[in-house]
Write a protein that binds this ligand. Structure first.
Ligand SMILES: O=C(O)CCC(=O)C(=O)O
Ligand SMILES: [Fe+2]
Length: 307
């Protein structure tokens, strides 16, 4: 009994009306968030703030973007910064295309990006992407507060959020060319502090567990978001939280659109004293988080700032 059950990520509900700091439900969510991060490095958040109009608008806008000619999409270039630039037509992962939007939660950042793609502007695109980014940012802030609070270092939270910048990545994965599942995006860990993922109804994300199994993540519901720990949260937490390896494996015959909101700290991050003890000796030197943006997906945190 139960042995055939598929492994699943923890699901944490953020929809409650009274989810406010100081309440009992808030404290219990803080504990759930910490536990999910420590056990899996990620979880599915249920967050019902996106209207049907916003959902349709976001995924419709993404289709319009990725349907642009390759020469146009290549205008989104940041020299030496693979996380921000246009990625596409890569022989190893032909189904994958992605675009980064720098300062992706600001109207200006989104408008600058849209200007590169549509020289006469695209108000609809900007409206929907901005509205979505704000909502994902709100969820990220709430999770960040819960992380700081659950480790007893809430006083660092304001400094942290005051210095966060967000990179928004828009991704398209085409259906596989054959019947067999095909890799959409290679296994990697994120370089962010936290990442918020959202997608259309097409599931394809897989996350590696601590014992090396791969879990299929179902977040096909419009109210589901994946919250994932990046390498910077792993280092900040002194390895209490591990950034999980994840990849995209495409099946079926539909195009998948997904969005990743990556939180980066502008400045030096370091392990709080409270998180260092005999069982958890210091693992990382203070590090410049934005410096990680220049690294590729294969960069290793221990090489960057291990003690
Ligand atoms: O498309 C997804 O769900 C995951 C994308 C991802 O892992 C990334 O952009 O870092
Ligand atoms: Fe990722």
């Amino acid at each position: 009994m139960g042995s055939e059950e598929k492994p699943m990520l923890p699901v944490i509900d953020f929809c409650m009306e009274d989810l406010k700091p100081g309440t009992d439900s808030w404290l219990s969510k803080c504990r759930s968030v910490r536990q999910a991060f420590e056990e899996h490095g990620c979880f599915v958040a249920v967050y019902d703030k996106a209207s049907v109009d916003l959902q349709n608008g976001v995924f419709g806008s993404m289709k319009e973007l990725f349907d642009l000619p390759s020469e146009t999409k290549r205008r989104n270039i940041y020299e030496g910064m693979p996380l921000k630039s246009y990625v596409g037509q890569i022989p190893k992962i032909p189904l994958h295309q992605s675009m980064g939007i720098d300062e992706g939660t600001t109207a200006e950042g989104i408008q600058n990006f849209a200007q590169k793609m549509w020289p006469t502007g695209n108000d609809q695109f900007c409206k929907y992407i901005f509205e979505y980014a704000k909502l994902a940012e709100e969820l990220d802030r709430m999770v960040a507060r819960m992380i700081f609070e659950s480790y007893g270092v809430l006083e660092h939270y304001d400094t942290y959020t005051g210095s966060t910048i967000y990179l928004l990545r828009l991704l398209e994965h085409k259906a596989p060319e054959q019947v067999e599942p095909q890799l959409g995006f290679v296994a990697h860990t994120d370089k962010s502090f936290t990442t918020i993922l959202h997608q259309n109804h097409v599931n394809a994300l897989m996350v590696e567990t601590k014992n090396g199994d791969w879990i299929d993540v179902d977040f096909s519901s419009p109210t589901s978001f994946v919250v994932m720990a990046g390498d910077a949260l792993m280092a900040w937490s002194n390895d209490r939280i591990k950034s999980p390896s994840h990849k995209v494996l495409m099946k079926g015959n539909e195009t998948r659109y997904s969005l990743g909101l990556f939180a980066f700290y502008r400045g030096i991050l370091q392990v709080p004293e409270e998180l260092i003890d005999e069982q958890h000796p210091l693992q990382y030197k203070p590090f410049d988080h934005l410096g990680l943006l220049n690294f590729t997906y294969s960069a290793n945190m221990k090489d960057y700032c291990g003690v």
